[in-house]
Design a protein around this ligand. Sequence first.
Ligand code: GN1
Ligand code: MG
Length: 341
Amino acid sequence: MSTPLEALAHFEIKGAINSVALFGGGHINDTYHVQTSEGDFLIQKVNTQVFRTPEVLEANLTGLFTERSEILVPHVKTKKGQWLLHLQNDVWKMQVFDKDVYAPALATQLDVVHEIGKGFGKFTALSKVYDVSNFEETIPNFHNLKWRLEELDQAIKNNPARRVAEVKRLIDKAKKFNWISEKMEDLVKSGLPPRLCHNDTKIDNILLTKGSNEFKFVIDLDTVGPGYVLYDFGDMMRTLLSPTKENELDESKVQLRVDYLEKIHQAFLNESEHMLSPLEKTSLIFGGLYMTYMIAIRFLADFINGDTYYKVSFPEENMIRARNQFRLLELMEDWSDSHQN
Ligand code: GN1
Ligand code: MG
């Protein structure tokens, strides 16, 4: 195993290193904040149990950074000119840390919501610049709901951590929403076009300028690859519309803030409408249901499997996360039933 300090020696940075400290709350990779005499950086140990083909990640990052884009957070290359460092079975990557910006944890103001919609809308509009067929999924089947449902079935069948009985109510809910998977298949058959997607448009994967709250960068480019625009719009809905954290203990606090939905919809379309097909536009809101359902399924399957994928800070965390996603999904379904027909 290598340390961040060992890894740092292989990246193209000049200043003396003053400090290295664990940073942020990602569920998958380990991230460290590095202070040097010539500026700050983040260095990240990529979880290779999750990202099993780092060469695909390297190729996608190379493809992305062939274009100069002001909205992508600048990354730092290794001294050998690569985006990823392979060191003692570990894989590291590095990016600039701008002290004038911050990642919002929860949205509490409409102007922040607007800037998040704008940022991911700009990312979607990059689809015009890149040929999606040059990108590959860094995690196969990442947003393939049918495959995620099969994984859940497998987890229930094997019941490796003997937790199935505890989540019977959530398993029943999961079955009720099977129609989402069928609707997605219909949309694809009807001609939904593949696009370059971010595939992890969580609220805290946007950086805003401190003070003005203006959009600055899109971060966390690990899952950038082919997808459908509704994935990216949908994950924004999932992480923005409720005032709660994913692991909120009080389920009744999960809510659907319709004014926030209107705001992201408008801000996202302002940036991307010119390149979206009519089918893409009409399916954006469905993306919220699709992504919320899929993450609910993933948290639930991971709980049943004994927390082998997502980091947990208490034993029931994945069950609580799944429960909250199902609650949000029910609220989204009620809302879209009453507004779209
Ligand atoms: C994971 O690690 P992080 O927080 O960027 C996950 C996303 C989920 C998210 C749920 C590679 O993202 O798909 O939406 O947790 N990333 C991966 O919070 O599985
Ligand atoms: Mg991520």
